[in-house]
Design a protein around this ligand. Structure first.
Ligand code: NAP
Length: 288
């Protein structure tokens, strides 16, 4: 299989965004700003947040890291979001998920100004996606679409199968594929005979969170396979490594295109987060 190199594309997008920032900054009078809210000390979340802040710095974007202790209350976080909504230096706000159990993520996301919703998870932006209107799009599905576009993989009239129906990945991605004129099937944990469904896919997306669930027998020869999954597994000698939802070695023998993990969808998610923030930033120019 040919690799869909998300890392290389993300680097290219970041260079383009950096140039856009250099061009716009004299007119707007400040760099774009992204606020990243994190609650508690989940090590995976902390690593993602560091990665996002590093990416901001690399392209000349200001990041405002807000790290709160686990016991922070819903009201305190809402207050912070209200401040950030008003803060002129901030173009994008994201809440790193998952949140500790006592917090209600959905109602917190509702508080974000939809125009600053860098993760594209506010109901207004999800509603715009359903209607096919322009708006801020969720980063991981947008990253998958951008990657397919870069490799000129046509979606029109193709059979696309999305395994996973989360609000973060599966559902919005299915809508984006539909918008691109694919015939879309969504499979999930209650689907029967998953292999029969995935085997029909010209474009197969795995967004499940089950290490190596998708094997070669489940893939149509010549298919495009995108692996969204990021799973940490430990082998017999206690070494830990990251694997996707797709069994890479076996599927590489049947698929025409395949994303690696890491280096596929992960870097594209970060690139789309930056893209969304720069898009909101450039809107400031229009309203100035
Ligand atoms: P999630 O909220 O846990 O959703 C998983 C989905 O998979 C659910 O819809 C679930 O079905 C379905 N599912 C679970 N077991 C299944 C099975 N055996 N067969 C078929 N469907 C099954 O996870 P998520 O947030 O969408 O994330 C999915 C994966 O992507 C995770 O590994 C996550 O770490 C990764 N991820 C990566 C990025 C990135 O940047 N690359 C970003 C976000 C997430 P039900 O709805 O029926 O429960």
């Amino acid at each position: 299989a040919k690799l869909l190199d998300g890392k290389a594309l993300a680097t290219k997008i970041q260079q383009e965004l950096s140039a856009t920032i250099t061009r716009l900054q004299p007119h707007i009078g400040r760099p774009p700003g992204l606020a990243v809210l994190m609650v508690g000390d989940n090590p995976a979340s902390a690593a993602y947040v560091r990665g996002k802040e590093r990416a901001c710095a690399k392209i000349g974007m200001a990041s405002f890291g807000k790290h709160f202790p686990t016991q922070t209350t819903q009201a305190e976080l809402e207050e912070v979001i209200h401040h950030l909504n008003q803060d002129e230096r901030v173009d994008g706000i994201l809440v790193q998920l998952p949140l500790p159990n006592h917090l209600d993520a959905i109602s917190l996301l509702h508080q974000i100004d939809p125009d600053k919703d860098a993760d594209g998870l506010h109901p207004v932006n999800l509603g715009k996606l359903v209607r096919g209107e322009p708006g801020l799009r969720s980063c991981t599905p947008a990253g998958v679409m951008r990657l397919l576009q870069e490799y000129e993989i046509s979606l029109r009239s193709k059979q696309a199968v999305v395994v996973g129906r989360s609000i973060l990945v599966g559902k919005p991605l299915a809508l984006m594929l539909l918008e691109a004129d694919a015939t879309v099937t969504i499979a999930h944990s209650r689907s029967q005979n998953l292999a029969a469904i995935t085997k029909n896919a010209d474009i197969l997306i795995a967004a499940v969170g089950r290490p190596e669930l998708i094997t070669a027998q489940m893939v149509k020869p010549g298919a495009v396979v995108v692996d969204v999954g990021i799973n940490r597994v430990t082998d017999d000698s206690d070494n830990s490594r990251l694997v996707g939802d797709v069994q890479f070695e076996s599927v590489a023998n049947v698929a025409e295109f395949l994303t690696p993990v890491p280096g596929g969808v992960g870097p594209m998610t970060v690139a789309m987060l930056l893209q969304n923030t720069v898009d909101s930033y450039s809107q400031r120019l229009k309203t100035k």
